[in-house]
Design a protein around this ligand. Structure first.
Ligand code: PLP
Length: 225
């Protein structure tokens, strides 16, 4: 492992604080979620030693092997699922994660509601919105968002707290962040998970309450086999 995780974290925290102040917001209004997918538990532990507590993973299986020992050492660790969730992994996800950011379809909402009732554990949920309407990308379409939020939150009673998006890679992200903010505002949702290593300052200017940052903290990811 070559990345200087403590130095990278300090740098990212300073940039978050600067971006927040520039937008007239308090630095504490933005939570840093360190995206540790593909990195070993030792990298997560190094970040914990530097005071980092929120982590993001995009695969249930990978997180399941990695976090139980870390939680034993850092009981206040907060684990976010940021990747697509298959319904057959919903039970595992509810047991393992504190925040599920990839709620994106009625069937998953129904399965999560049933599983939360069964397990007596209610991870905060973010509805993922496919702001660019990209066919290959997960998330509800912007036009379907209001109806889906109502179904998940008001009918099924899921703890929906905010929205998440991943803008198209090849377009300016600001309009996508603004769209997510508008959908959240008209649905009375206060939290916005948006912004990654390459665009988090723009996301903070547009109202992000959490940013999901991987490579800028842990270094370039090895290609996934
Ligand atoms: C990998 C990932 C990130 C982090 O991306 P970086 O460019 O490494 O900061 C953020 N959000 C999601 C959903 C991801 O899958």
């Amino acid at each position: 492992m070559t990345a200087d995780i403590p130095a990278n974290l300090a740098d990212i925290r300073a940039r978050i604080a600067r971006a927040a102040r520039a937008a007239g917001r308090a630095p504490e209004a933005v939570t840093l979620v360190a995206v540790a997918k593909t990195y070993p538990a030792a990298a997560v532990a190094a970040a914990c030693e530097s005071g980092q507590r929120h982590f993001g993973e995009n695969r249930v299986q990978e997180a399941d092997g990695k976090y139980p020992p870390l939680r034993a050492r850092y009981p206040d660790l907060v684990l976010h699922l940021i990747g697509p969730l298959q319904t057959n992994k919903a039970r595992q996800a509810v047991a393992l994660f504190d925040v599920i950011e990839s709620l994106d379809r009625p069937r998953l909402a129904a399965v999560l509601a049933a599983e939360m009732a069964r397990a007596g554990r209610r991870p905060d949920c973010f509805v993922q919105v496919n702001t660019g309407a990209e066919p290959q990308k997960a998330g509800v379409l912007p036009d379907d968002a209001d109806r889906f939020i109502a179904e998940a939150r008001d009918q099924l009673g899921l703890p929906v707290v905010g929205l998440m998006c991943i803008p198209p890679a090849d377009a300016p992200p600001a309009p996508h962040f603004a769209l997510l903010r508008a959908i959240a505002a008209r649905n009375g949702l206060g939290r916005l998970s948006m912004g990654m290593s390459g665009d988090f300052e723009t996301a903070i200017a547009e109202g992000a309450t959490s940013v999901r940052i991987g490579t800028a903290i842990f270094g370039a990811r090895p290609p996934i086999a």
